[in-house]
Design a protein around this ligand. Structure first.
Ligand code: DC
Length: 225
């Protein structure tokens, strides 16, 4: 399977690294967190309780989530045709996403969508369970980590750049809470696949991380023949 799985906790650098890696390989970049964020946003807007599995199941079956290249290496996220790229990045949507991502019907629906995308074209998929659940036979599985403080600093910087002023301490607390929720849920908890390559990005530049992963991809492709 021509898939690179990039998993890890939030703020480990997955998005930037996965996007740049996909660009470099000429592969499709799939941000699976954006899918859960879109479902969380849609459920919230419709007043669906975030643990109402039948309603979430129905929502996921009819929702059309689009991930399109934005022409600048990133993705434009469309929810039933509406551009929600900015809306899903709001701090409060992270919490909505974390809660709906714990629900089985949501994971099943997004998993089907992710497999369809990855099977159609060589892809770099970024998420939490890509190497463990979605593509256990991925060409390469990378589990990115970084210290809690570094992850909180990156996340706070990102939110401030988007014009959302946040305190470092609040972000650090949220990151730890969300990690705990993502790692301890029953369905597809955040964990490294046994055969994933672990990479701690603390103190590394994006270029260094992309370089290293691209090297591993080249080795695997060569090995594959
Ligand atoms: O990567 P992110 O912060 O955009 O992800 C948002 C939420 O979705 C986060 O709480 C983890 C969850 N998620 C998941 O459970 N599985 C994925 N493959 C991707 C994200």
């Amino acid at each position: 399977m021509q898939v690179v799985a990039v998993d890890g906790p939030s703020g480990a650098g997955k998005s930037t690294v996965a996007r740049r890696l996909a660009e470099r390989l000429g592969w499709r970049y799939v941000d699976t967190g954006a899918m859960y964020r879109s479902v969380g946003l849609a459920a919230d807007r419709l007043g669906i309780a975030l643990d109402d599995d039948p309603a979430l199941d129905a929502l996921c079956r009819r929702l059309r989530i689009g991930l399109e290249p934005d022409g600048a290496g990133g993705l434009r996220v469309l929810l039933d045709g509406e551009d929600v790229t900015g809306a899903i990045r709001q701090h409060r949507v992270s919490e909505l996403a974390s809660r709906v991502s714990a629900r089985k019907p949501v994971r099943d629906a997004m998993g089907r969508f992710q497999r369809t995308l990855g099977e159609a074209r060589p892809s770099v998929l970024e998420g939490r369970d890509i190497g463990t659940v979605i593509f256990p036979d991925a060409l390469l599985k990378v589990f990115l980590t970084a210290s809690d403080e570094e992850r909180a600093r990156r996340r706070a910087d990102e939110l401030r750049r988007r014009g959302e002023p946040v305190s470092f301490d609040a972000v650090l607390r949220d990151i730890r809470d969300r990690d705990r929720a993502d790692s301890s849920r029953d369905h597809a908890p955040l964990k490294a696949a046994p055969d994933a390559v672990r990479l701690d990005t603390t103190g590394l530049t994006v270029d260094q991380v992309v370089e290293r992963i691209a090297g591993w991809v080249a080795e695997r492709l060569e090995h594959q023949g």
